[in-house]
Structures are given as C-alpha cells and as structure tokens.
Design a protein around this ligand. Structure first.
Ligand code: NAP
Ligand code: FE
Length: 379
C-alpha cells in the first residue's frame, strides 16, 4: 500500500482545553497576535479563554480583529504590518475558516517579504510564525490544512497559498464555542466538511488513510443530520433561538467531522466542486459551504456515469441509496436558490477548468460538464 501522510499539528480536544493547557502557548513565543473576526470570538467565550490563558502565563498580546468572511489579500498584508508594529512573534487565530486562513497568511507575511505578485507562487523561504488555532465553526478544517484561501481580486476568484509552512502548531477544539453558531452558518459549514470528505474520496490523491478519515467524517455528519434538518426547518418557522435545537453533543461531533475532513483535503486537495464554488462566492457572495453543498449532487451525477460503485459507496456513507435522495436533502437544507444565468455559469465553468483542482478529479470533467452541473444544481 503506497501513500504518504503528513499533518504536523498537535490537536487538543475537549471541554476547557485552552484553560487546561495554557502552558503550551509558552512554547510558541513571547508575544501573541490574536487574530479574530469583528464579533463572534468576543461573544462565544473563546477570546476570553485565550486571553485568560495568556495572562496566566504572563504572555503579552495584541489583537487584530479586522478579518471579514472570505478574507482578502490586503487584509493579510494589513494584519502582518500590525503584527510587525506590535512585535508579535506568534499567532493565535480564533474563528471560522476565514480567520484561520487570514492568520496563516499573516504568520507567513510577518516574517517574509513577499510581493503581492508572488503571494500564490508557492516559492517561499522556510520560515513562518508559530500558530495556534481555535476553530469556532465546524466545516472548513482549516486548522489541519496547509492552505490559506484568500479573495484574490487580481484573478477575480479565491486563490490558495499552499505550503506545509501553514500547518499550525497547536489546535484547540472545544465545542462550547460553537453553541450559538446560527443554524444557517452551521448548515453551510457542515456542507463544506461533507464536501471535503466526498471530494477527498473523488480525488486521484485519495489513499487508504484519507478514505478512512473521510468515511468516519461522513458517518458522523450522517448521525447529526436529523437534528440539523429539524433546526433548519424550525428556522423557517421563526423559532426564537433555533440554534439551541442543536445539542452540544452534536456540535462536538460536527467539530470532529470537520477536523477529519480537513485532514482528508490536506492530503487529497479539493476537486472541481470547490473550483466551481469559488466563482459562486466571488461573484454572487454565496457562502463557501452553501456553494459547495449546492453543487455536490450534480457533480456526483457526473461522476456516477463513470464510477457507479464509488458513487454508491459515498452515498451509502451519507445514508442514501441514490443521488435523488441526496439532492432532496440539500434542497431541504438550503431552501430557495439564487438566480444565475447560463451565460454566467459558462464563464464560471471556464474559470474552474483553469484551476489545479481539475487535475485532482478522478473523473476528468469537460467545460460543458461543469456548465451542466451548474445548471442542474440551480434549476
Ligand atoms: P467564516 O467566514 O469564517 O465565518 C462565517 C461567520 O460566522 C462570520 O460572520 C463569523 O463572525 C461567524 N462565526 C464564526 N464562529 C462563530 C460562532 N462560534 N458563533 C457565532 N458566529 C460565528 O466561515 P467559514 O465557513 O468557517 O469559513 C469560510 C472560509 O474558509 C472561506 O474563505 C473558505 O474559502 C475558507 N476555507 C478554507 C479551507 C482551508 O483549508 N484553509 C477549507 C475550506 C474553506 P466573525 O466574523 O465575527 O468571527
Ligand atoms: Fe471548503
């Protein structure tokens, strides 16, 4: 059995894992740059726990809380300038994939002079600031990947900085921070994790080990689905706090599923689904997980023509016997779809075909195939 596996992050999971392991921050450096979005880290208790842990270890910190969803290249440079101005020598990123991805780029750009034109070149010196991550959404798995995905206005899409330097040193997984994650964001992020696991199984880089992680991730997501569907449906009926319908036990499973699916794509990369989804996010402001989730059933249909057994295995892991049932699930989770023209889909298909993701696809699509997947997904 030939495969390689590399994922160097130390993962610490469980209730109060930050407070109980504060001493580990000392191993990373002398002054922290805490990287967050505008609000959530302040409201869900994660930033408070990180600051208390730093104070208990007498580690000073500066706070950069200007990361917005789908972080831009300029946010990464701004954060790095802020880190330099404040003399920070390690990063603690708290939040969703956006914050962690910004944290990775900041950790790289603080210690290396990289021109914007070379940012995605893959050619970097062998240095980066140490990083600790606290994921507060359950979907991207960015805490265990070597990718920082930034909104790249020059290319009118989202582009990855991909280098093993970007694996963090430490990951703290505590589901209590995800308790108040709105149902919509919960659903979108779960579908990102599901997409990672499925795309990993549809990647030419898949292996015995990545497939085992993907299968377990899908099994956990399947177990959580009834609660998620119920919460999504209650949201439509304007329940007061529908996120409370998702138990902490389910939240914990989703965090572990997202972690494992992140470990999968760290080995396999993503496929055409993510490449297509980037245009939906860039041009139509559709959330990353929703974009992938909407495309997945149509993409599976394409793969099924050439790989019926593999498709059946993936569907059975999610709990279905045919693609129609899976499509019904995504329709129920996502509700009304955005209106997008065929002309736009053709443009996005052309862009997706130019990405490295296409080489990962176990069934190589044509540009027309991708347009057909778009049309089918949004009909
Ligand atoms: P996100 O953009 O990080 O966060 C979405 C929203 O959720 C933000 O408004 C955020 O608020 C809020 N939020 C976060 N945690 C919360 C909590 N615990 N309670 C309440 N609200 C909370 O969404 P995401 O789906 O996690 O990340 C998407 C990004 O990750 C995309 O840019 C995508 O390209 C990237 N991604 C990266 C990888 C990778 O391997 N690196 C893989 C997949 C996707 P605040 O802004 O106030 O924090
Ligand atoms: Fe993703």
């Amino acid at each position: 059995m030939t495969y390689k596996y590399y994922m160097p992050a130390r993962i610490i999971s469980g209730a109060d894992c930050i407070t109980n392991n504060s001493g580990l921050f000392k191993t990373l450096g002398k002054k922290a740059l805490i990287v967050t979005g505008a609000d959530s880290a302040k409201m869900n208790g994660s930033m408070k726990d990180v600051i208390s842990a730093l104070e208990s270890e007498c580690i000073p910190y500066a706070l950069y809380d200007r990361v917005a969803s789908n972080p831009t290249v300029s946010c990464a440079y701004e954060g790095a300038d802020y880190a330099k101005d404040n003399g920070a020598d390690f990063v603690i990123a708290i939040g969703g994939g956006s914050t962690m991805d910004a944290g990775k780029a900041i950790a790289l750009l603080t210690v290396q002079e990289i021109n914007e034109s070379d940012l995605f070149s893959g050619l970097y010196e062998n240095k980066v600031m140490p990083m600790a991550f606290v994921p507060t959404t359950a979907g991207t798995g960015s805490e265990v990947t070597q990718y920082s995905i930034l909104t790249n206005d020059r290319a009118q899409t989202k582009t990855s900085i991909a280098t093993e330097l970007l694996f963090p040193d430490l990951v703290f997984l505590d589901p209590k921070y995800t308790k108040a994650l709105p149902v919509k964001t919960t659903v979108n992020t779960v579908m990102d994790a599901l997409s990672h696991a499925v795309e990993g199984m549809l990647s030419v880089k898949g292996s015995f080990l990545s497939n085992a992680l993907a299968a377990e991730s899908l099994r956990l997501i399947r177990e959580c689905m009834p609660q998620l569907l119920n919460a999504a449906e209650q949201t439509k009926k304007t329940a007061e706090r529908p996120e409370a319908l998702i138990s902490v036990y389910t939240r914990e499973k989703l965090l572990q599923a997202s972690l494992m699916a992140g470990m999968v794509i760290a080995q396999t990369g993503t496929t055409a689904v993510h490449a297509m989804g980037y245009s939906l996010t860039y041009f139509k402001n559709i959330d990353h997980g929703r974009a992938n989730g909407l495309l997945l059933a149509g993409y599976l249909k394409l793969v099924e023509k050439v790989q019926p057994e593999l498709t059946a295995r993936i569907l059975s892991l999610i709990g279905f016997s045919d693609i129609g049932q899976f499509k019904e699930l995504t329709d129920r989770l996502f509700g009304e779809k955005e209106k997008i023209s065929e002309y736009e889909f053709k443009k996005y298909s052309g862009m997706a075909m130019k990405t490295k993701n296409i080489a990962n696809c176990i069934v190589t699509p044509t540009e027309n195939d991708l347009t057909a997947v778009f049309l089918e997904s949004f009909n």
